[in-house]
Design a protein around this ligand. Structure first.
Ligand code: HEM
Length: 457
């Protein structure tokens, strides 16, 4: 692939003329680079940095802008000139409606304010009780020598934790398992819709489309049942659902049931898939790096002697934290993000027209050799304080920055450490013939088939 040219742009207002980002060559007729993006998205997105810090690519008839430099991605995420939008979000709206993850502007600001109290760091200790319980239940479910579908187990555990922490109703345990089943099918279907964007084809009642539609309907029905159950039961715990039920909009009226519904779906979706994929990759990395695993197990056992770890122990587990951070760097769950420009604007001296689709890949950035020494090596010690300062700003940001920064970052870090620190000291997980750890590309990245044999320690 070669850069066609850096096309000079007309002078713009401001300190100097803005440049037009170079157009990446190598697209195919009609499809442009959409073909490269579908065939090998990770390789294609990573290769873009060789063409410039900000480049243009063609997706069918449209031009999109790909940002490849950490500083420019940081500027993009912090600028009010770019909103959530673009192909990724248009597809996700099918699932998420107008919840916090897809809204913009005043509505988004109000929604973030509304959910902020539920995610304050001091609340995490309460949620941690559920996390500890679920982590122990998962570890206790497995039998010595059994082959476990670790990917599926992590997904189920993550759905149960987010549902039980934020949406407590009496039937939540049973409902969470049904949510996990529906969500699994919905995620698969959504990614196909996202990359292929063949709209009307998805209305053809093939078995796969029928499964998708039915799982989506189940998911929405379950969420409505949870809201109705809480309303009928009267005031329950002071959790996020309580916050939503008493929330008011700009004019002081209670927010609509539809808005409450869309929020709940956004949270369960955002809170489950990323956590489950991160855990799946972390357990995979532990099978590949026995020395790092040994250090992790020794650290946990030295802090929690003869017992399972608790939230209070987490601050004494620096290696466990480093393992998780490094897993999130080299195997990020969320890998591609899009934004849309609200007006013609300047991004790092480049001219971006109004309504442009912008794309960036955290996967490509967190594996960039310009930012990380031995970039493809799993090296948890790179996050020790004396080395972590070498990482350029914005080169590592699994939870994003700016006004869309993940509100669940502290929640996730506690959850990941509690699950890993509970399961790993109890079970050594071994690959078996059916294990397939190639990357399965979907809304998140995860190992294709992470079935592992559970051997007691
Ligand atoms: C390893 C786990 C997780 C990762 C890597 C992750 C990552 C992210 C990222 C990168 C974003 C920003 C998206 C963007 O910039 O367009 C985001 C947004 C979000 N995350 Fe997380 N997340 C995780 C877990 C969670 C959990 C556990 C929850 C809730 C319990 C959660 C709730 C949300 C919500 C509601 C948003 C939308 C925020 C907004 O648009 O204002 N996430 N997450």
């Amino acid at each position: 692939m070669s850069v066609e040219s850096a096309i000079p742009a007309p002078a713009a207002s401001g300190p100097g003329p803005l440049r037009t980002p170079p157009l990446v060559g190598g697209g195919v007729p009609l499809l442009g680079h959409a073909w490269n993006l579908v065939r090998d998205p990770l390789g294609f997105l990573a290769a873009l940095r060789d063409h410039g810090d900000l480049v243009r690519i063609r997706l069918g008839p449209k031009t999109a802008y790909a940002v490849c430099d950490p500083e420019l991605v940081g500027a993009l995420l912090k600028s009010p000139e770019f909103i959530v939008g673009g192909p990724l979000w248009d597809t996700l709206e099918v699932l998420l409606g107008k919840g916090v993850a897809t809204s913009n502007g005043r509505l988004h600001r109000r929604q973030r304010r509304m959910m902020q109290p539920a995610f304050r760091p001091e609340r995490i200790a309460d949620y941690a009780k559920v996390m500890e319980e679920e982590a122990r239940a998962t570890a206790a479910r497995w039998r010595p020598g059994e082959t476990v579908d670790v990917g599926a187990e992590m997904f189920r555990t993550a759905v149960r934790i987010v549902s039980r922490s934020l949406l407590e109703v009496e039937s939540i345990g049973e409902k969470a398992d049904r949510i996990a089943d529906s969500l699994h099918t919905v995620f698969d279907g959504l990614y196909r819709r996202m990359v292929l964007s063949v709209g009307p084809l998805y209305r053809v009642p093939t078995p796969a489309n029928r499964r998708f539609e039915s799982a989506l309907a189940d998911l929405h029905a379950l969420v409505d049942e949870i809201i109705a159950e809480r309303r009928a039961a009267g005031p329950g715990p002071d959790d996020l659902l309580a916050e939503l039920l008493r929330a008011t909009d700009e004019s002081g009226d209670p927010i609509t049931d539809q808005e409450i519904h869309d929020h709940v779906v956004s949270l369960v979706v955002a809170g489950a898939e990323n956590v489950a994929s991160t855990l799946a990759w972390t357990f995979h990395l532990m099978t590949e790096h026995p020395e790092q695993e040994r250090r992790l197990v020794e650290e946990v056992n030295s802090v929690a002697v003869g017992r399972a770890i608790t939230f209070a122990d987490l601050k004494e587990l620096p290696h466990t934290r480093n393992v998780i951070t490094e897993a999130m760097r080299i195997r990020p769950a969320a890998w591609i993000f899009t934004r849309r420009s609200v007006a013609e604007t300047d991004l790092g001296g480049y001219r971006i027209p109004a309504d442009a689709d912008i794309v960036y890949s955290v996967y490509a950035m967190q594996r960039d050799p310009r930012s990380f020494e031995r970039h493809l090596e799993f090296d948890p010690d790179r996050w020790n304080p004396e080395r972590a300062g070498d990482v350029p700003e914005f080169a590592m940001m699994p939870f994003s920055v700016g006004n869309r920064k993940c509100p669940g970052d502290h929640f996730s870090l506690a959850e990941l450490a509690l699950i890993l620190g509970t399961v790993a000291p109890r079970w050594r997980l071994e690959k078996v013939a059916e294990t397939d750890t190639d990357t399965r590309i979907g809304i998140t990245l995860h190992p294709k088939r992470l079935v592992l044999r559970a051997v007691p320690r």
